[in-house]
Design a protein around this ligand. Structure first.
Ligand SMILES: C[S@@+](CC[C@H](N)C(=O)[O-])C[C@H]1O[C@@H](n2cnc3c(N)ncnc32)[C@H](O)[C@@H]1O
Length: 183
């Protein structure tokens, strides 16, 4: 009986998650929940080692899912100030669970990333979609300080020249774009 109750509970949680994702992807143009590949994140970390990164940088992962980028960043820059932004409850709970397993300083905010104040950002990581990047371009230009580094997995900022592009890694075959505000 207990097994059946747990199964029904998980089924309801999963159905609500899928329905909310379907609505937001279809009618609001939001990106689905797909995690960045480990190899891709490691390649980004290697590239960041060649760049001047402040140890206490303020870093945002917009649409953080399980916050794979922030967790890898924290391993290298433990003094960084890290913020994951995610509207969807299930990925957010997974991220909180994973960070609770180690002494992580990552903070999370449950909100629509288009409402996130990015004025304090030094580094922003996104793995979203073309529609969202098109809208985010204006937000980045309006809010971010000169010098803010924007890293986008697979989806470029249209019309914005990249500072660096890493060729595709892994089976997802997306390039990684690095942009600098005001460059
Ligand atoms: C492709 S996944 C990337 C997850 C994670 N950043 C990674 O690279 O592994 C995109 C994430 O963005 C979230 N998302 C999509 N639209 C959003 C919005 N408007 N506000 C906040 N989160 C959003 C989705 O729920 C999903 O978890």
């Amino acid at each position: 009986m207990a097994v059946l109750i747990v199964f029904l509970f998980l089924l309801i949680v999963w159905t609500v998650f899928i329905t909310v994702q379907f609505y937001n992807i279809t009618f609001r143009g939001f990106a689905p929940f797909i995690s960045s590949e480990g190899q891709t994140i490691q390649a980004i970390m290697q590239t960041l080692k060649e760049m001047p990164i402040r140890p206490d940088a303020q870093v945002f992962e917009l649409g953080c899912g399980q916050a794979g980028f922030l967790r890898a960043f924290e391993d290298i820059y433990p003094a960084a100030r890290l913020m994951g932004v995610e509207y969807s409850l299930l990925p957010l709970l997974l991220a909180k669970f994973q960070t609770s397993l180690k002494k992580s300083r990552i903070s999370f905010r449950r909100e629509n990333l288009f409402h996130t104040d990015l004025r304090a950002a030094d580094i922003i990581y996104c793995y979203l979609n073309d529609t969202m990047m098109e809208k985010l371009k204006e937000k980045f230009q309006a809010e971010c300080r000169p010098g803010t580094l924007i890293i986008s997995n697979t989806f470029s900022l249209p019309g914005w020249p990249a500072k660096k592009v890493i060729p595709p890694i892994g089976w997802m075959k997306g390039k990684i774009y690095f942009y600098e505000v005001g460059a």
